[in-house]
Design a protein around this ligand. Structure first.
Ligand code: ADP
Length: 248
């Protein structure tokens, strides 16, 4: 079993849009419980890669495996979410007219397929989970506030909390600290470090000081494939990476 010890595995993935190779023989793997940062200049293929993992975009060739046995190319986008891959886009999308608690509760309901039933009552296991997620996302004190009154950073945490209600194995996050204050960024680092281990995280980010605090391993994408991989220090001192970023 060559995929042992990997939660996610991409091999030789290619995607073209109208003849343009956006993803070019991309191979990458993520270990269980790992927190991986993905960097790369605009147009490197970061978004397309996430779209492939979540089933939004189909590769032309190559393989994409979740764990050692699940061939993701056999599943539809909605099924992939059910398999335990959560994705967060850059902008927060929470229900502004609902409280923090209600937002999290709604994430539970949709998980069970009991869409927004007013008769829904979480069982004790679900209530425990809700309380735990509230603490994890630093919103235990704000449980009854309307989501619309939260700060930008708090909305981002709430949306991460909504994903956590579904207990995903892998979380994909697109520029999670963009627009956050320094304090919110620091608390987000704390949050990610607390998730690591139980969940695998793949984080696309431009904020290098944030990356430095959270990640052991960084992957640099360029022209649809992996240009370099290693610690932030290693990739930042890599000649090819410097060339791509500075255009030398
Ligand atoms: P990144 O997220 O790293 O900025 P993207 O994955 O968004 O990069 O884009 C990679 C390349 O593929 C870019 O050159 C982009 O213009 C192109 N691309 C992405 N999606 C499409 C699409 N649906 N149609 C045509 N070209 C696309």
């Amino acid at each position: 079993d060559t995929t042992h010890g990997r939660i996610l595995y991409l091999e030789d993935v290619c995607v073209s849009f109208d003849g343009f190779r956006a993803i070019n023989k991309l191979s990458l793997d993520i270990a269980p419980g790992e927190l991986r940062c993905i960097i790369g200049p605009n147009g490197a293929g970061k978004t397309t890669m996430m779209d492939i993992i979540t089933g939004k975009t189909r590769p032309d060739t190559g393989s994409v495996f979740f764990g050692s046995t699940i061939d993701l190319l056999r599943y539809k986008e909605a099924e992939i979410a059910q398999l335990g891959i959560g994705r967060k886009f850059q902008k927060p999308t929470v229900f502004e007219q609902l409280t923090v608690y209600e937002n999290l509760e709604l994430a539970l309901k949709t998980d069970k397929g009991v869409h927004a039933s007013i008769f829904f009552q979480p069982d004790s296991e679900q209530s425990d989970r809700l309380a735990e997620v509230l603490r994890t996302i630093h919103l235990a004190e704000s449980v009854n506030r309307l989501a619309g009154t939260l700060s930008h950073g708090q909305k981002q945490w709430l949306e991460i909390g909504m994903l956590l209600m579904q207990d995903p194995k892998l979380l994909l996050l697109d520029e999670p600290v963009a627009g956050m204050t320094d304090e919110e960024t620091a608390r987000t680092a704390e949050l990610f470090l607390s998730l690591k281990g139980q969940h695998s995280l793949m984080v696309v980010e431009h904020d290098m000081s944030f990356i430095k605090t959270i990640s052991e391993k960084v992957t640099v994408l360029h022209e649809g494939s992996v240009l370099a991989e290693g610690t932030l220090e290693q990739v930042q001192s890599d000649e090819r990476v410097i060339e791509v970023y500075l255009g030398r």
